[in-house]
Design a protein around this ligand. Structure first.
Ligand SMILES: [Zn+2]
Length: 102
């Protein structure tokens, strides 16, 4: 299963290089460091809120996974900087990835 197939099913698995174990982002079948194949690391990743902003009744957070993977995610509750969160919902909508964290 590819990253996008899993994401469509609501699962957030980051590709990991089979050779050097680097998490590869943006998602790819090949490592951007050593060019070897990747496979999806099937774990529940925890991320850290780097910053956030409010838009109407929702919050949008910049969440960092590992040391360099950053995504934008929606959050219902009031976020705190450096808060550790996990993905509660994700998918693909109109061609774009979307994420929600709790
Ligand atoms: Zn690699």
């Amino acid at each position: 299963m590819s990253f996008e197939n899993e994401l469509e099913q609501g699962r957030f698995y980051i590709p990991e290089c089979l050779a050097c174990k680097k998490l590869v982002w943006p998602p790819s079948e090949f490592c951007d460091g050593c060019n070897e194949e990747t496979s999806l690391r099937k774990e529940e990743f925890k991320g850290k809120i780097i910053e956030f902003s409010r838009q109407n009744e929702e919050y949008f957070c910049m969440v960092e996974f590992g040391d360099s993977i950053r995504i934008m995610a929606k959050m219902i509750a009031l976020p705190k900087k450096d808060q550790i969160v996990k993905i509660s919902k994700c998918g693909i909508s109109e061609g774009s990835y979307f994420f929600q964290v709790i």
